[in-house]
Design a protein around this ligand. Structure first.
Ligand SMILES: Cc1ncc(COP(=O)(O)O)c(C=O)c1O
Length: 453
């Protein structure tokens, strides 16, 4: 044995606390027309134990033993050294990745799904509603619901529902009920369908439907669950970065020079990077890069504003980078990155100069994904290819500069359910969508009269 490719932790070495970045940076409050939104205002939507986490500014939050035990079904996740990719690129950089594709649903999403399902069960919730973009979150929550004994209903963005039929089957296998959004089951869905009968759907619309389905349940036993964006979701995901810290130490590395994750609502990026953002706040020199599609350029082109998290304006206003709640992104294959907004914590960290956001076009991403598959072996999710394309940019830069940088990225999920996108790429049928600047300005008109953070 020569090269140690995987750095493994024992189950006993799993982190026992989550890290909460809200202790170290200050986000403006949720707003409604009456001013800041108090925790009680969320009572119909979320169980209060999760609302408390959402508002918490405690730096370290204990992970309940039962959640740790649920997480050991696939955690700790290995950290891989990407020797084969390094060799193919001829880079002096040392590239490491956290492999979140080994969870039952195939991505990082179950890390928060089991935590949210567990807190809901404790609270007495019987049924959860949610939305899903690529289908990863819907499968993760269906899986968590089956472990914990909760009914799950998933509104899946129409374009992904059509592109990814096997995701729906995964949800059904775990007992989840998955329908295409916009649907005729909610007012929000019916209104959109009347105006735009052929819409590919969007995460913003699906969130409106899932929220409406939860708050209009007359039994009051249904709550809504969100797979990204909110503070408590970011916190649940920090187990990724906290494990990575221990693994880098085992590999004999100090802090990485560059950290990269793709960013849709921000959760896998936050999960890996926030424990290192803490080091950066305390003086460490690290480039921390969230990566988004050029066709949905939330952090790189959209302003930091107050906006709704959903299209039907059911959520309070969140201080975040946003393309406007009515924005329907082009139908790219990275369904999980087609969201108009961005996590308030990720947005604030970007505003504070702690992050260096970047965007990458679709074709460069698929090219990077295929190189990764041919070298490291795993076929990445289309979302994950955004991180890989940026890793390749950084590894090439290290080569030009002759620097032995340490690059760490989040391998957020595998693409075995996303092969239709690869099929289209290989057949030369995909193109790059760039979002025209004037259309961005037009989409932002819906925010006229809103407060500014
Ligand atoms: C594999 C994968 N990576 C990344 C994302 C983007 O979500 P987030 O930014 O919350 O990590 C998704 C969302 O569905 C996903 O499935």
């Amino acid at each position: 044995m020569t090269k140690q490719r995987k750095i493994i932790l024992e189950e006993s070495e799993m982190p026992r606390q989550w890290y909460n970045l809200a202790a170290d940076i200050k986000c403006p409050p949720f707003m409604s027309p009456d001013g800041p939104v108090p925790p009680e205002a969320w009572a119909q939507v979320f169980p209060m134990n999760l609302v408390e986490q959402e508002y918490s500014t405690e730096r370290w939050v204990d992970i309940p033993e039962e959640i740790l035990s649920l997480l050991t079904r696939w955690r700790p996740a290995p950290m891989h050294r990407a020797y084969a990719l390094e060799e193919a690129l001829g880079t002096p950089a040392r590239i490491y990745y956290k492999n979140e594709s080994l969870s039952p649903a195939g991505s990082h999403k179950p890390n928060t799904a089991v935590a949210q399902a567990w807190y809901n069960k404790q609270f007495g919730t019987k049924k959860l509603t949610t939305e899903t973009g690529a289908g990863q979150w819907g499968s993760a929550l269906s899986f968590a619901g089956s472990l914990i004994g909760l009914e799950v209903k998933v509104f899946m963005v129409r374009i992904s529902f059509d592109q990814k039929p096997f995701r729906k089957l995964m949800m059904q296998t775990w007992g989840g009920n998955c329908i295409a959004s916009p649907s005729t089951e909610t007012n929000a869905g019916r209104q959109i369908l009347e105006q735009f009968p052929n819409t590919p759907g969007s995460l913003g619309i699906a969130i409106s439907e899932a929220l409406e389905a939860a708050v209009t349940d007359p039994t009051g036993e249904t709550k809504y669950s969100l797979g990204s964006v909110l503070n408590h979701v970011m916190m649940h995901q920090t187990i990724i970065g906290l494990e990575a810290k221990k693994q880098l130490e085992k590999a004999g590395e100090k802090l990485p020079d560059v950290i990269i994750g793709c960013a849709g609502g921000g959760s896998n990026f936050a999960g890996l990077s926030f424990p290192f953002v803490y080091d950066k706040i305390n003086g460490a020199d690290i480039d921390i890069i969230p990566v988004e599609p050029t066709s949905c350029p939330t952090l790189t082109k959209a302003p930091y504003v107050y906006d709704h998290g959903d299209t039907a304006k059911m959520t309070p206003l969140l201080a975040m980078h946003s393309l406007g709640h009515a924005f329907v992104p082009p139908p790219i294959h990275a369904g999980g990155l087609r969201y108009h907004g961005m996590s308030p914590l990720v947005s604030r960290a970007a505003e504070d100069g702690l992050l260096a956001p970047r965007s990458v076009p679709q074709l460069e991403c698929y090219k990077a994904g295929i190189l990764f598959a041919k070298t490291e072996g795993i076929i990445p999710a289309p979302e994950t290819t955004h991180a890989i394309a940026t890793v390749i940019q950084e590894a090439n830069k290290a080569k030009e500069e002759g620097k032995e940088k340490v690059i760490l990225f989040n391998f957020s999920g595998h693409g075995l359910m996303d092969l239709v996108g690869y099929d289209k790429y290989l057949a030369g049928e995909l193109s790059n969508h760039k979002f025209p600047e004037d259309q961005i300005a037009k989409n932002l008109e819906v925010l006229k009269g809103y407060p500014l953070p």
